[in-house]
Design a protein around this ligand. Structure first.
Ligand code: ZN
Length: 457
């Protein structure tokens, strides 16, 4: 009897969450524990997260696999089987987080502490919160024995914040596990709230991403002593080229799929007062003068054109020396469907400098998924149920995520975090005191379960 009691106590101590609690409460406990696992990248050490998920899946009787990537890094896959009449859906998140500086936080960034209804920790918003919502949703579907028509894959990958090692590894070593999927839900956008009542207003979904194109432009000239200026020194050439670049305006081009997104960004203004306004928003969006005017908003500007940010300038490291070479680095982001080589040719034509050498430091093509399909319809239905006035808005992300590696496999990948954030909360990713409301965990699980049920009819 004594031994049994001890055994029972040990079992309970091993439990990851309170058995009699609701899935919402259990998920909150799990998120606190997940945030306590330090997966700061570098070095990531995501095997710790994989072991954590393994324990949960064992407890819930969910099939799983751990992929050991070496040096403490790992991907984790949990699988809920459907009857196979439809293609699988992947719930993706990354288990690494960016570094946190504890002295700037009001709590330990790896405490998972709950203060005033908010869970604090590095990764709460980016993106461990979504990871736990994904896992809780499949636990809920498993417990309720919901008849699935497709497999649901819970995938936690390593290293998204640095080099996407985990996703690259899956795509290279196990394409057979993922490439048959029809849909993938990744990080990206979320549900926008504005008012104090936190009414879900816009269900934002990123359906594509701009292409990062990082270039270094190097100029060569006669070296010499700083006491004898030279008009055509490498530094002067670089400065003239830099001036041309910052004065240059790339052409405006609005993808029709972004009309609703631009409309949302303009909703606080009286658009009839904007120069170039004619008739209504969609007519006005055909007018270059209107586009030019709304492009004053930096976020709209980045959505309607290829952008160039001048980020580094290098010349001599001695004040009295005119160097052989000077260079600048520019961070360019191209809209989906743009040709990188043509963009570079345009730059050469703009700068017109025979000494200029262009080096491509980084490039990955822009990707875009289709919209108007079973996914968008299912999400619209779920949004309607929760708030009849809510809209579902597709966008193109200005930065990039792991989705960009899955789209070329034919998977329709969407950036959708199923929780409600206001503008300030959206900026908490990578920031100090990163946190998420406890109520968002319950909201997210219910919404995702609902969405998955819709997609499994
Ligand atoms: Zn992230």
């Amino acid at each position: 009897m004594k031994i049994n009691c001890l055994f029972l106590i040990l079992c309970c101590a091993n439990m990851l969450y309170t058995q009699e609690a609701s899935i919402h409460e259990q998920a909150t406990q799990l998120l606190q524990q997940y945030l306590q696992i330090n997966t700061t990248n570098p070095p990531g050490q995501e095997m710790q997260a994989a072991v954590f998920f393994k324990k949960i899946c064992e407890q819930e009787g969910i099939e799983f696999q751990i992929f050991d990537l070496g040096e403490g890094r790992a991907n984790f896959l949990g699988i809920l089987r459907g009857n196979g009449t439809q293609k699988p859906i992947i719930l993706l998140h990354h288990s690494d987080v960016v570094p946190a500086e504890p002295s700037y936080w009001k709590v330990d960034p790896f405490s998972g502490a709950i203060i005033n209804g908010e869970i604090y920790g590095r990764g709460a918003v980016d993106i461990k919160g979504k990871g736990i919502i994904d896992l809780a949703a499949i636990i809920q579907l498993k417990r309720s024995k919901f008849p699935l028509t497709r497999d649901i894959l819970f995938l936690a990958v390593a290293d998204e914040e640095e080099n996407s090692l985990g996703t690259r590894w899956m795509v290279t070593h196990h394409p057979e596990i993922i490439q048959n999927a029809e849909f993938l839900i990744d990080e990206g956008e979320c549900i926008v709230v504005h008012d104090a009542a936190r009414t879900p207003l816009h269900y934002m979904v990123s359906i594509g991403e701009k292409a990062p194109l990082w270039l270094t432009l190097t100029f060569t000239g006669q070296p010499g002593h700083g006491s004898i200026p030279m008009q055509d020194s490498a530094v002067n050439q670089a400065i003239r080229a830099a001036y041309k670049i910052i004065s240059y305006e790339t052409p405006l081009q609005l993808n029709p799929i972004l009309h609703a997104y631009v409309g949302m960004l303009l909703e606080s203004q009286d658009i009839t007062k904007i120069p170039g306004y004619t008739q209504d928003l969609s007519t006005s969006l055909q007018n270059p003068a209107f586009l030019q005017a709304i492009g004053q908003n930096p976020e709209i500007n980045a959505a309607i054109r290829n952008t160039i940010s001048l980020t580094c300038l290098k010349g001599s490291d001695k004040t009295n020396t005119i160097p052989n070479q000077a260079s600048m680095s520019i961070d360019c982001r191209l809209l989906p469907g743009q040709d990188k080589d043509e963009f570079i040719r345009n730059l050469q034509n703009l700068i017109q400098n025979p000494t200029m050498q262009i080096t491509v430091e980084e490039y990955s093509p822009a990707t875009c998924s289709s919209w108007d399909n079973a996914f968008s319809r299912a999400l619209a239905k779920c949004a309607q149920k929760r708030n009849p006035a809510a809209t579902v808005i597709p966008t193109i992300l200005l930065s990039s995520t792991d989705s960009t590696f899955y789209r070329p496999l034919g998977i329709q990948a969407y950036g959708f975090e199923p929780y409600c954030l206001n503008f300030d909360e959206r900026n908490l990713a990578h920031s100090n005191d990163e946190r998420i409301q406890v109520s968002n965990i319950a909201f997210g699980i219910d919404l995702l379960v609902d969405l998955l049920k819709e997609l499994n009819q």
